[in-house]
Ligand binder design. Structure first.
Ligand code: C2E
Ligand code: CA
Ligand code: CA
Length: 705
C-alpha cells in the first residue's frame, strides 16, 4: 500500500520535472548569445557614430569661443562615458538577472531530482527487500517441495491427487505398494481405482466425495475396502482436501490413503467381544439391549408390539455338575443351536449369560404367535439330549414380556421377562408365563428376603435351638436335634420353613449350613465333660449340600477341631437330597459313615417315600414325619403302615424315630408298635441353648420319678 503511494508521488514529480524540462528547452531556443552580442555592439556603434557626428556639430553651434568649445567638448566626453556606462550596466544587469533565474531554476530542479533520487533509492531498497523475501519464499518452497517428496516417498501412507477438470489422477508409488499393484498398472485416471472398491462401498465412496465437494470446506474422510491384486480386500482410510475456484467449482483434491486393515480387524474383534457371546456366537445382552432400544426408537408414536422371551434352563447347575463343565459348555452350544433352529428367523436369539437365553420378536402380530413358539420350545426340548456317553433330559422356564405394556425399554422388558421366568421356576419349572404386574410383588418379596438373609449371615443373626430326642425304653434323653432360628430385629421371627428354601435357591444355604454345623459342634463340645457328654447332636443337612464338593472334608474338620468323635454326630438328610443323584449320594453317605457319623432319613412318610430307598441307602435311622404321626391312631391306615414300616426298618437294622409327638396317646401307640425314639412337644419344644441343659435334666428326672 505504502509502496504504491510512494511510486505515485514519484511519478508526479517525474512528470513535473519533465514538463519543466520541456519549458527550459523552449526557453533556451530564445537565448542566442552571438546574435545578442552583435545586436548590442551594432546598437552601440550606431549610437556612438551618431553621437560623434552630431555632438561636435551641436557643440560648435552652441560654442561661441574655442574656449567654450573646448569646455563643451569636455562635458560631452564625460556625458558619453556616463551614458555608455549606464547602458552597459543596465545590459549586464538584465543579462545577469536572466542568468540568476536560470541558475535558480537549475538549483530547484536539482533539488527535485535529488528528492526523486532519494525516493528511487528507497524504492530500490524496498524492491531489494521484496526480492529477498521472494527468494526466501522460493527457497522455502523448494525445501517444502523436497520435504513433500521425501514425505510422499517415506510415509506409510499413499498420496493421491485428483485434477478434477482434467480428470487426472495421480497416486504415489506407495499407493501401488499398498494395493500390491505394479507401477505399469498405475493409471492416470481414477476409474480403475474406483473399480477396485468393494461393491458394498462403491456407492458410499462416491456419495461421500460428492457431499464433500458440495460442502466447499473442511476435510474429506472416508473408510472403505479396496481390492488388492491378489483378490483380498484391505481397509483404506482416505483423507483429502480440495481447492475450489471463485465460482465454487472444485478444481483439485489431494489426500492420503492409510492402510487401516489391522485397526478395522481389531475394531471388529472388539465389536465381536463386546456384542457377541464367545461360546455360542449369539448376540449378547449388550447387543440385544441396543437392538431393542433402537427398534423402540424407530417405532416411536406408532402402533408397535414386540415380545421379549426370557429362557432359563432348569437345573443347569445339576447338569453341569453331572457331565462336567467342559460338557456343560458343549451343551450350552447345543441348546443355542436348538433355539436358533426352532426360532428360525422368527425372532432374534441371544445368550444373556450362563444358562439364560433371550429371544426378541420384533414387530409381533399377536401374543398367540409367541405362545405357540413357547409351547413348541417346551415340547421339543423334552427329547433326550445326548452328550458323549451321557443321555439326559432338560426343561426350560420361559418368561414373556410384551412391549409396550410390560416395559417401555430394553432393560424393563428384560427385567420383567426375568420376573415372569422366575415365576415359572417358583411354580415347578418347565413352563411359560406372561408377565403381569402382580409377579413383580412376588419378586420384590424374594429380593427382600434375599437381602434380609444376606445381612442375617453378615450380622450372625441366627441362633440354634435344641429339641430333645427320648429313648422309648429308658425314657431318657439320648440326643438333641439342632434347629435353626432367625429372629430379625424388625421383621421378627422368620420360620426356617420360609427361609431355608430361599437360602437353598440362592445358594446362601452353604454358608448357613457351615454355621449350623460349627455352632452345633461347639454346643456338643461344651457338653463333653458333663453328664450330657454322651448325647447325640442331630444336625439337619440341606438337600443342596449333600452332594456339595468338599462336604465330607468340612464335616470331618469340624468334628476334629472340636475334639469330637463321629459317633455323637447325626446328620438328618431328606429323600430329595438322595434322589437327585442317587449314586453320588450313596458314595457320600458311605464316606460320612466312615467318619463314624450316623445318618437319619428325615421326613419319611411325605413325598415319594419309598421302601426301596431304605435298602439302598447306607443309613442308620428312619425319622417318620410329624404329619404322619399326627394322623396316627391305633386302628387307621397310618397306624398299620407305621407298624409295617417299623418292621421293615428293624429288619434292615435301622432305628425308628417319631417326630412331632404331642400326646400321651401317640407316645403309647408308638412305644407299643416298636418305635425306638420319640421327639416332640410332648417332651419339649425346641429351646434355646441356655435352656436345653435344664430341659434334658427335667426329662431325665421325670423318668426317675
Ligand atoms: P424338620 O427337620 O422336620 O424339623 C422338625 C420340625 O418340627 C421343627 O420345626 C420342629 O420345631 C418341629 N416340631 C418338633 N416337634 C414338634 C411337635 O410336637 N409339633 C409340631 N407341630 N412341630 C414340631 P422347625 O424348627 O420350624 O423347622 C422346620 C424345618 O426347617 C425343619 O424340619 C428342617 O427341614 C428345616 N430346618 C430347621 N433347622 C434347620 C437347619 O439347621 N438346617 C437345615 N438344613 N434345615 C433346617
Ligand atoms: Ca430334622
Ligand atoms: Ca422332619
Amino acid at each position: 500500500m505504502r509502496e504504491s503511494e510512494n511510486s505515485d508521488l514519484l511519478n508526479e514529480q517525474m512528470e513535473k520535472i519533465d514538463r519543466e524540462y520541456k519549458e527550459f528547452v523552449e526557453f533556451r531556443k530564445t537565448i542566442q548569445p552571438k546574435k545578442e552580442a552583435i545586436r548590442f555592439s551594432l546598437i552601440y556603434l550606431l549610437l556612438g557614430c551618431i553621437w560623434i557626428l552630431f555632438s561636435d556639430r551641436l557643440a560648435l553651434m552652441v560654442s561661441s569661443t574655442q574656449e567654450v568649445f573646448q569646455q563643451v567638448q569636455l562635458v560631452k566626453g564625460w556625458f558619453y562615458v556616463l551614458a555608455s556606462g549606464v547602458f552597459f550596466g543596465w545590459i549586464v544587469f538584465k543579462r545577469m538577472r536572466l542568468f540568476e533565474m536560470a541558475i535558480n531554476e537549475l538549483v530547484k530542479e536539482y533539488e527535485m531530482l535529488t528528492m526523486a533520487d532519494e525516493e528511487l533509492v528507497a524504492m530500490d531498497e524496498a524492491i531489494q527487500e521484496q526480492y529477498l523475501e521472494i527468494k526466501q519464499q522460493k527457497n522455502a518452497l523448494l525445501t517444502s517441495d523436497e520435504r513433500y517428496n521425501l514425505a510422499v516417498e517415506g510415509a506409510n501412507d499413499g498420496i493421491w491427487e485428483w485434477d478434477i477438470k482434467g480428470n487426472n489422477f495421480f497416486i504415489s508409488p506407495k499407493v501401488a505398494e499398498i494395493l500390491g499393484i505394479s507401477s505399469e498398472e498405475m493409471t492416470d485416471t481414477a476409474e480403475p481405482l474406483l473399480e477396485r472398491i468393494h461393491p458394498d462401498e462403491q456407492q458410499q465412496v462416491k456419495a461421500s466425495m460428492e457431499q464433500y465437494l458440495k460442502g466447499q470446506s473442511g476435510i474429506y474422510e472416508d473408510t472403505y475396502r479396496i481390492r488388492k491384486n491378489d483378490g483380498s480386500y484391505i481397509w483404506i482410510l482416505s483423507h483429502g482436501k480440495a481447492i475450489w475456484n471463485k465460482q465454487g467449482e472444485p478444481i483439485r483434491v489431494a489426500g492420503s490413503y492409510t492402510n487401516v486393515t489391522e485397526q478395522m480387524q481389531n475394531q471388529e474383534k472388539l465389536h465381536q467381544l463386546a456384542f457377541y457371546d464367545q461360546l455360542t456366537g449369539l448376540p449378547n445382552r449388550a447387543l440385544i439391549t441396543k437392538d431393542i432400544n433402537t427398534s423402540i426408537q424407530e417405532h416411536k408414536g406408532q402402533e408397535y408390539k414386540m415380545a421379549f422371551i426370557y429362557l432359563d434352563i432348569d437345573d443347569f447347575k445339576h447338569i453341569n455338575d453331572t457331565i462336567g463343565h467342559a460338557f456343560g459348555d458343549d451343551f450350552i452350544v447345543m441348546i443355542a443351536d436348538f433355539f436358533e433352529d426352532e426360532v428360525d428367523g422368527f425372532g432374534q436369539v441371544s445368550r444373556l449369560g450362563g444358562d439364560e437365553f433371550g429371544i426378541v420378536i420384533y414387530n409381533m402380530n399377536a401374543i398367540e404367535d409367541v405362545e405357540i413358539l413357547a409351547k413348541r420350545l417346551l415340547e421339543r426340548i423334552k427329547k433326550p439330549w445326548k452328550l458323549g456317553d451321557y443321555e439326559f433330559y432338560v426343561g426350560i422356564s420361559i418368561g414373556i414380556a410384551i412391549y409396550p405394556e410390560s416395559g417401555k425399554s430394553a432393560s424393563a422388558l428384560m427385567q420383567n421377562g426375568d420376573t415372569a421366568m422366575f415365576h415359572v421356576k417358583d411354580r415347578g419349572k418347565n413352563a411359560y408365563s406372561i408377565y403381569t404386574p402382580a409377579m413383580r410383588q412376588q419378586t420384590w418379596n424374594y429380593i427382600k428376603m434375599n437381602n434380609l438373609l444376606r445381612t442375617a449371615i453378615e450380622n450372625n443373626d441366627f441362633s440354634l435351638y435344641y429339641q430333645p430326642q427320648i429313648d422309648m425304653q429308658t425314657q431318657r434323653v439320648i440326643g438333641v436335634e439342632a434347629l435353626i432360628r432367625w429372629i430379625h430385629p424388625t421383621e421378627g421371627f422368620i420360620s426356617p420353613m420360609d427361609f431355608i428354601p430361599f437360602a437353598e435357591a440362592t445358594g446362601q444355604i452353604y454358608e448357613i449350613g457351615e454355621w449350623v454345623l460349627k455352632t452345633a459342634c461347639e454346643k456338643k463340645r461344651e457338653w463333653k465333660d458333663s453328664n450330657h457328654g454322651s448325647l447325640k447332636m442331630a444336625i439337619n443337612l440341606s438337600s443342596k449340600r449333600l452332594t456339595q464338593e468338599g462336604l465330607v472334608e468340612s464335616i470331618k474338620k469340624e468334628i476334629e477341631e472340636h475334639g469330637l468323635s463321629g459317633c455323637c454326630v447325626e446328620l438328618e438328610i431328606t429323600e430329595t437330597a438322595v434322589m437327585n443323584e442317587l449314586e453320588r449320594a450313596i458314595e457320600v453317605l458311605h464316606e460320612l459313615r466312615a467318619l463314624g457319623v450316623t445318618i437319619a432319613l428325615d421326613d419319611f412318610g411325605t413325598g415319594y417315600s419309598s421302601l426301596t430307598y431304605l435298602q439302598k441307602l447306607p443309613i442308620d435311622i428312619l425319622k417318620v414325619d410329624r404329619d404322619f404321626i399326627r394322623s396316627i391312631t391305633r386302628e387307621n391306615e397310618e397306624g398299620h403302615i407305621f407298624r409295617f414300616v417299623t418292621q421293615v426298618a428293624h429288619n434292615l437294622g435301622l432305628k425308628v424315630v417319631a417326630e412331632g409327638v404331642e400326646t400321651k396317646e401317640q407316645l403309647m401307640f408308638l412305644k407299643n408298635n416298636g418305635c425306638d425314639i420319640a421327639q416332640g412337644y410332648y417332651f419339649s419344644k425346641p429351646v434355646p441353648t441356655h435352656e436345653i441343659g435344664n430341659v434334658i435334666d427335667q426329662i431325665n428326672h421325670l423318668e426317675k420319678e
